[in-house]
Write a protein that binds this ligand. Structure first.
Ligand SMILES: Nc1ncnc2c1ncn2[C@@H]1O[C@H](COP(=O)(O)OP(=O)(O)OP(=O)(O)O)[C@@H](O)[C@H]1O
Length: 483
């Protein structure tokens, strides 16, 4: 949904919010939300108020954070405000920094050291620090996956960090619950519209989850909802959503930093290739009915091959690939696959892992875009070891358990946590020894667009970055081969 530019003031005029919070400056904004620092009047607690402009995003974030309440490595949602026809406002614990800022700080120190400037640190993270960051991330991802929640946008900028070094997964606006977890709700969720019809909405306010998870706005223990009831309510919500989605169809798929192969190529092919085009439906609200999901999720650098090739049937494994990219970045301080376009993203993965074919992933030929784009044979792929030349064989093989084509081969978060790497010397440092820089990474620090700017590219066409290519017509459209 389009960000509504005029709405940022609205949070200041909502009586139910200003009665409880003093709102300070805006501390961040994303594609779907503005975030403010605020003080809870009752006890002076500093919190973050996240005003979300997109219905689906708000619904997903509230749903996921409700289920994950009590997970130590997931951001705490204290309560939320959501009236019909107003943006949802989530009250979150305030976290000053994020992993992107931590990595950026380490990289800055390393660069300064090379230039002869004396500063503590300067060699990147110690192994013990990397282990402690990874354990925290893995614990957060494990909590999500145990509840069948796929985050779909894991990246350093979405891993917030408290002053004392505790890392928390945040930004669940793209999360999906794959099956029915232990969902709870209360009768208070039912609202009547003006015709007297009953509809289901999240309760207006949920009290502090930290001490009393699973309570309704009246403080009563919430009742477990049956599976049938859960799906009935989901259907009702979807029916409401479709109306809104129809008006927002375009903006749903055209987020610059989250660009998809399909989104990019449709327009470019129309322009450049004489109207030959292909497309697939990325309107998730509609696809959901057939059990499909959009491939247009996540930030490009962390997006797994199955999504880059347009898959709409995928699972928790998409997070495991992103996790591997974050792990590699902690090790090298550089993004593993900093693609400047979606095709460049696939090309970078291919150069490291080799070509995607049936040998490495049986069934890959069925991916929607597999036959549309092929690369010349990569004779000697660089390999993960080539990307991280100064790291031990053990850590490389661990990373390879996440960065592999076949989603089914990827190690789960809990398998990773149980790997001996985390229990052998050098041991993970205590959380209190982790260095936390005083600021956030800033908007879109780890976004492809930023990287584009850095490289002073004046075009973001997927095709400009490549040399000669062969376009061959086929019965279903055409194929492109980059040579
Ligand atoms: N709990 C928090 N405490 C402090 N700052 C926060 C918190 N949550 C978010 N922020 C800040 O607000 C920014 C935007 O938040 P967030 O990423 O959740 O919004 P979004 O619109 O869903 O983002 P995206 O564009 O990545 O989908 C973050 O980058 C961060 O700087």
């Amino acid at each position: 949904m389009d960000k509504q530019p005029a709405s940022s003031w609205s949070i200041h005029t909502r009586p139910e919010i200003i009665a409880k919070y003093e709102i300070f400056e805006r501390v961040g904004s994303g594609a779907y939300a503005d975030v403010y620092r605020a003080r809870r009047l009752s006890d002076n607690l500093i919190v973050a108020l996240k005003e979300i402009f997109d219905y689906q995003s708000a619904f997903r974030e509230i749903d996921a954070l409700t289920i994950l309440s009590g997970s130590p490595n997931v951001v705490v949602m204290h309560e939320y405000f959501w009236h019909e026809d107003e943006n949802a406002v989530l009250v979150l614990e305030f976290l000053r920094s994020d992993l992107a800022a931590v990595i950026r700080d380490a990289k800055r120190k390393k660069k300064n050291k090379k230039m002869g400037e004396e500063e503590e640190g300067g060699v990147g993270f110690s192994v013990g620090e990397i282990k402690r960051w990874m354990i925290q991330i893995l614990n957060g991802v494990d909590a999500c996956h145990r509840n069948l929640i796929v985050h779909r946008d894991l990246k350093p900028g979405n891993m917030l960090i408290s002053d004392d070094g505790v890392l928390k997964l945040a930004d669940f606006g793209q999360a999906r619950i794959l099956m029915e977890p232990d969902i709870v709700a209360s009768d208070d969720n039912k609202l009547e519209d003006k015709d007297g019809e009953t509809s289901i909405e999240p309760p207006e306010v949920i009290p502090d989850y930290e001490n009393s998870p699973r309570q309704g706005s009246d403080g009563k223990e919430l009742e477990a909802m049956s599976k049938d009831e859960y799906f009935r309510q989901v259907e009702e919500l979807k029916a409401k959503q479709v109306v809104r989605d129809d008006t927002d169809k375009d903006s749903n798929v055209h987020d610059g930093d989250n660009s998809c192969l399909a989104t990019c190529t449709v327009s470019e092919m129309d322009d450049d290739l004489g109207g030959n085009s292909f497309s697939y439906d990325a309107d998730e609200a509609l696809d959901e009915r057939e059990g499909l999901m959009t491939s247009c999720v996540g930030t490009r650098w962390f997006r797994p091959p199955e999504l880059l090739y347009g898959s709409t049937m995928y699972g928790l494994e998409v997070d495991l690939w992103s996790l591997g990219c974050v792990f590699a970045e902690l090790l090298s301080l550089d993004p593993l696959f900093p693609g400047i376009s979606d095709i460049d993203q696939i090309s970078r993965v291919t150069n490291v892992l080799g070509n995607l074919n049936e040998e490495v992933w049986r069934g890959c030929v069925d991916l929607p875009d597999y036959k549309s784009i092929s690369f010349a044979k990569v004779e000697s792929p660089l390999g993960i070891e080539g990307c991280l030349p100064n790291h031990s064989g053990d850590v490389i093989s661990l990373l390879k358990k996440l960065i592999c084509y076949d989603p089914a081969s990827r190690a789960t978060a809990v398998e990773m946590l149980n790997d001996k790497y985390f229990s052998e010397e050098p041991l993970p440092v205590p959380v209190s020894e982790l260095y936390v820089p005083p600021t956030m990474s800033g908007p879109d620090e780890d976004s492809p667009r930023k990287w584009n700017d850095y490289r002073e590219m004046d075009s973001d066409s997927d095709f400009d970055d490549f040399g000669p290519m062969n376009v061959k017509p086929t019965s279903s459209g055409f194929t492109i081969e980059f040579t």
